[in-house]
Design a protein around this ligand. Structure first.
Ligand SMILES: [Fe+2]
Ligand SMILES: [Fe+2]
Length: 312
């Protein structure tokens, strides 16, 4: 196998170049501006709900954006475990690999603090305190019970998906005015995630060099992780709809509730699963691991593409 150390060194340099301080990006006493949308409508689908007023659609956008920030805090619980575990494997091994992976670990912890600060600021300023999932440790343990290779592929998916989201926000910001603080938070998150995607790939290569036969089982586990992610998204969506009812001060009719659940589930699944699987860099990274890996993803993807035509 070729020497990967220069690549790990380059990840450290990239990380040093874009590194930001939490207190500068989002000071503890930040006051949010609730007059604008946070996430673009492409990622919340709130504007398409016909029976909500403009003010209520904006509340749905805010609730979804807060859940979005929380879901990263939630999911980064396993990312911290993954990065720390991979770093630990290099103890007394390659110090450059270990240093890059420790930076990865530290950055994920910082991202969790960033998103926690955001959701606290949100709870202070919004009309109600929205309900958020709290079983992140249990979910992280279940994810980490899978092979490292499958979790690295899953992580690569989620991290390249954050790039897609940021690009989507920049594209949509030309036509809809989004909150600059939220856009800036996504931008800085992605800047550090960009190095993580390189490390996921390098670590996956490292595993495959030692165990070339591990790929097929890892892709099956990746598909199982997507199913588990879908269940988490659905659970958060149920809480979002309760929060929305509290915020708008009325109970939705059974028909309205069904409409909201179905359309918002499509939006969640497309945003977190379809967009990740469709990310061009995700597919090209998998192809570089093995053309078979890319083919498996392409076969699996249509299950999660229900929103693509509507979004195109
Ligand atoms: Fe992160
Ligand atoms: Fe990351």
């Amino acid at each position: 196998m070729m020497d990967q150390t220069p690549e790990y060194q380059s990840c450290i340099q990239g990380s040093e170049k874009v590194s930001w301080r939490l207190d500068e990006l989002l000071p503890k006493d930040t006051v949010l501006d609730f007059s604008r949308r946070f996430l673009s409508d492409e990622l919340t689908g709130a504007e398409a709900i016909p029976f909500l007023s403009a003010e209520e659609r904006l509340m749905l956008n805010h609730i979804r954006s807060n859940s979005y920030a929380h879901l990263f805090l939630f999911l980064e619980e396993y990312a911290v475990a993954l990065a720390a575990q991979r770093a630990g494997l290099e103890l007394h091994g390659n110090a450059t690999h270990m240093r890059a992976l420790l930076r990865f670990t530290e950055e994920e912890l910082k991202h969790q603090q960033l998103f926690a600060r955001f959701t606290s600021a949100f709870a202070r300023g919004f009309k109600i305190v929205p309900a958020l999932l709290d079983n992140h440790v249990e979910v992280a343990r279940a994810i980490m019970a899978k092979s490292n290779l499958s979790v690295l592929i899953f992580n690569l998916h989620l991290e390249l998906m954050t790039q897609q989201h940021y690009l989507e926000m920049v594209r949509n910001n030309k036509t809809e005015v989004l909150d600059p603080l939220f856009c800036n938070m996504l931008k800085h998150h992605w800047l550090e995630e960009a190095q993580h995607t390189r490390l996921d790939f390098l670590e996956a290569q490292k595993i495959l060099a030692r165990e070339p036969g591990a790929l097929d089982a890892a892709l099956t586990e990746y598909a199982e992780l997507l199913q588990a992610l879908r269940a988490t998204l659905t659970a958060q969506l149920a809480l979002d709809l309760q929060s929305l009812e509290r915020a708008v001060g009325r109970t939705f009719s059974p028909e309205e509730h069904k409409y909201l659940s179905e359309s918002q589930e499509r939006s969640y699944v497309w945003g977190f699963i379809g967009m990740g699987m469709k990310a061009p860099l995700f597919l090209s990274r998998l192809r570089a691991l093995s053309p078979r890996a890319e083919r498996r993803i392409m076969e699996l993807a249509p299950t999660y593409y229900c929103h693509v035509d509507a979004a195109a």
